[in-house]
Design a binder for this molecule. Structure first.
Ligand code: ZN
Ligand code: ZN
Length: 142
């Protein structure tokens, strides 16, 4: 057990997984409850609307979003790059593209199924099928 500074108020407190002093944890829990209650009535909302309606600090709402706690709802929040509203990830599609792909040629579609489908079933699974026996013509129905 160590001693840390609460990430909310800076007060010295015992180290906890939340890195917050008991007082701040209590306040955050209250904010989170308000946010969840608001979303019960407004499942499609935005970070700003939640903040305005509940008084919960934006960073607390963002932490809930990042922790996946608001996933049942559709909450729009600003992209970290251009402040466009997005509903998942940290960046909008355009900013994510700018970040991850300096050269368009470097982006080959990677789909494991694309290669799998070219391998014949027996080779892919190693299954050995019984040898084919020619059917007797007399059993053939027309
Ligand atoms: Zn604190
Ligand atoms: Zn963006």
């Amino acid at each position: 057990m160590g001693i840390i500074n609460c990430v909310e108020c800076g007060q010295v407190c015992m180290a906890t997984p939340s890195k917050r002093c008991p007082g701040c944890r209590q306040i955050i829990v209250q904010h989170e409850e308000k946010v969840l209650e608001y979303l019960e009535h407004q499942p499609n909302s935005t970070l700003d609307a939640i903040h305005a309606a509940t008084d919960a600090p934006r960073h607390i709402i963002m932490q809930m979003i990042k922790a996946g706690r608001l996933e049942p709802y559709l909450v729009a929040y600003p992209c970290e790059g251009c402040r466009h509203l997005i509903t998942r990830g940290r960046l909008c599609a355009r900013c994510a593209e700018n970040l991850t792909s300096p050269a368009p040629a470097a982006r080959a579609p990677i789909d494991p199924r694309a290669n799998m489908s070219r391998v014949p079933y027996r080779e892919a699974t190693g299954a050995s099928l019984p040898p084919l026996t020619p059917r007797s013509p007399t059993k053939e129905l027309k």
